[in-house]
Design a protein around this ligand. Structure first.
Ligand code: S3P
Ligand code: PEP
Length: 425
């Protein structure tokens, strides 16, 4: 049975809007996890409320932490987090959340007792083998190399080598729990280059901010010393990856979109939108309120290596399909292991509307063609759904299947999109 179809609104003119985005998924889930492992109670403010964040909250609760929210709205909350001894006996649902499936097992490995993990059907195909093997090498009993699996600690930590070319999260997960292992942890990567390095920098920076000692001076080696994680009051930045479809709308419609509170400095990969959108013809400016992107000067294709910022690929591919010249998106073979095989999904769906997209070994070659009305399937992938919305701005009659899947990181997407299009007309 297929999910409902959402008629993607076509833009009736240039959009002019300010779009306030909820907190970053990546920062929220790291901050909640570190707070749950801290030496005392702490607070995570302006945290994202979404499926992935709620799954993290539920996982940490079932491992023994107490989390209570205030200022709770559909898309944000302040969490008060009281750590407790990490306990076994839990059954954890990871949904389709990479941050939950890769970050929580290393925490569960602190417990003296069995913890079982499972998730959505597609989650069972996402790469987990290297992190489970690493936990096994560090002394945990793990049955299985993918979801579902059960894990039994406690582990003492130490040194481990793994191939993290399929996902940076395989490293981030081991590092985040690392200070709590009696011997700390040394993680060595051996294999093709690790993608999404800004997300590992985010992990290292957030660990250091929480008082952990991290040595990342040698390429592909990370050492986390054992020690307490400090209790803190953390404020989560807006989700810059989720800014992508909204800023893309400025380019597609020749309008202007401002994202308030764009951080001056950040480890979020989404910050690369400033450069990518400028290269595609946008005018990008920091303004007192945040970041403003204006279109109107044409939409050009791009040849870009997105290895560090793979999350942005669906939005960039949507823009590329509407551009005035061809594009090559490179360095993103690992997207085949994301929420869905994003390279296949993007090629199939854009081509289904009359486009010309071919998969390459590590990305996509996109030749713009006139597109027509049709269904854009989302494959339970929030970023496929929002890519369909971007194309729909310029192509009347696009229907995105299962827009509700945006709840993974942005439950308010459809309402925010409508509001953006309503403003300024
Ligand atoms: O650590 C994180 O918060 C993330 C790391 C990246 O994963 P990959 O390295 O698997 O691409 C990114 O794509 C994902 O959305 C979030
Ligand atoms: C790859 C993504 O998510 P996850 O955290 O589930 O890996 C994403 O949000 O683009």
């Amino acid at each position: 049975m297929s999910a409902p179809l959402w008629p993607a609104p076509a833009a009736s003119g240039p959009v002019r809007a300010a779009v306030r985005l909820p907190g970053s998924k990546s920062v929220t889930n790291r901050a909640l996890l570190l707070a749950a492992l801290a030496a005392g109670p702490g607070t995570v403010r302006r945290a994202l409320r979404s499926r992935d964040a709620d799954l993290m909250v539920a996982a940490l609760r079932s491992l023994g932490a107490r989390l209570t929210s205030s200022n709770d709205t559909a898309s944000g909350a302040d969490w008060h987090v009281e750590p407790g001894p990490v306990r076994g006996g839990a059954s954890i649902d990871v949904g389709l959340a990479g941050t939950v499936m890769r970050f929580v097992p290393p925490v569960a490995a602190l417990a003296d007792g069995e913890v079982s993990f499972d998730g959505d059907p597609h989650a069972r195909t996402r790469p987990m083998g290297p992190i489970l093997a690493a936990l096994r090498a560090l002394g945990a009993r793990v049955d299985g190399d993918a979801l579902p699996f059960t894990l039994r600690g406690p582990i003492t930590g130490g040194e481990v080598t793994l191939d993290a070319s399929a996902s940076s999260q395989l490293i981030s997960g081991l590092l985040l729990a690392g200070p709590r292992y009696p011997k700390g942890v040394t993680v060595r990567h051996a294999g093709p280059p690790v993608p999404s390095m800004p997300h590992i920098e985010m992990t290292v920076q957030m660990l250091r901010a929480a008082g952990a000692e991290v040595d990342d001076s040698e390429r592909d080696v990370w050492r986390v010393e054992p020690g307490p994680i400090s209790a803190r009051d953390v404020v989560v930045e807006p989700d810059l990856s989720n800014a992508a479809p909204f800023l893309a709308a400025a380019l597609v419609t020749g309008g202007e979109v401002t994202i308030p509170d764009w951080p001056e400095r950040t480890t979020q990969g989404g910050d690369a939108l400033r450069e990518l959108l400028a290269r595609m013809g946008g005018t990008v400016a920091r303004v007192p309120e945040g970041l403003k992107v204006s279109g109107g000067g044409g939409l050009e294709g791009i040849d870009a290596d997105l290895h560090d910022v793979g999350e942005l690929t669906p939005a960039i591919a949507a823009l590329a399909a509407l551009a005035g010249s061809p594009s090559r998106l490179r360095g993103v073979a690992h997207l085949r292991g994301h929420e869905t095989d994003r390279l296949a999904a993007l090629a199939t769906e854009i081509n289904g509307l009359g486009g010309e997209v071919t998969e390459t070994e590590d990305g996509l070659a996109i030749t713009p063609r006139p597109l027509r009305a049709g269904v854009f399937h989302s494959y339970a992938d929030h970023r496929m759904a929002t890519a369909g919305a971007v194309i729909g701005l310029a192509v009347p009659g696009v229907q995105v299947e299962d827009i509700a899947t945006t709840a993974k990181t942005l439950p308010e997407f459809a309402r925010m999109w409508a509001r953006m299009l309503g403003e300024g007309h």
